[in-house]
Design a protein around this ligand. Structure first.
Ligand code: AMP
Length: 128
């Protein structure tokens, strides 16, 4: 996978150069609503650091950041009220995974039952 591009859209959101609809932030992570929601709740959680993908994040990030990031994902789902009914988390990796933005991120989907077509998630802007 190619090197981290500091001008990717999520890097620019992290630097405050582009707006986002923020739902949560701590020292490890920022969470905001996806611009093309595919569910009643569709939030992205991104780590504070320059990581292209899940593999890059797990290989390069400190233990504290990996733990802090995943705790933030769980906290976001909790604070959005998704725990009782359930939710889905997805991380797309590389071309075959359908990754479009090359700053590691986790999608949190909730607010309706998810289909079980986990290998065939819709592209942004498409209906499931
Ligand atoms: P992917 O890289 O395929 O896992 O998905 C990238 C996601 O980022 C897509 O669901 C897009 O709708 C979303 N996205 C792209 N630009 C923005 C933005 N400026 N604010 C919020 N979400 C965005």
């Amino acid at each position: 996978m190619s090197a981290y591009d500091r001008n990717n859209v999520f890097a620019r959101i992290l630097r405050g150069e582009l707006p986002c609809k923020k739902v949560y932030e701590d020292e490890f992570a920022l969470a905001f609503h996806d611009i093309h929601p595919l569910a009643p709740v569709h939030v992205l959680v991104i780590p504070k650091g320059e990581y292209v993908s899940q593999a890059d994040f797990c290989a390069q990030a400190s233990d504290a950041l990996v733990v802090g990031f995943w705790r933030a994902v769980a906290r976001v789902a909790n604070e959005l009220g998704l725990e009782a009914e359930g939710y889905r988390i997805v991380a797309n990796h590389g071309p075959n995974g359908g990754q479009l933005v090359f700053h590691f991120h986790v999608h949190v989907f909730g607010g309706r039952p998810m289909s079980h077509r986990m290998g065939n998630m819709p592209r942004p802007g498409q209906q499931e």
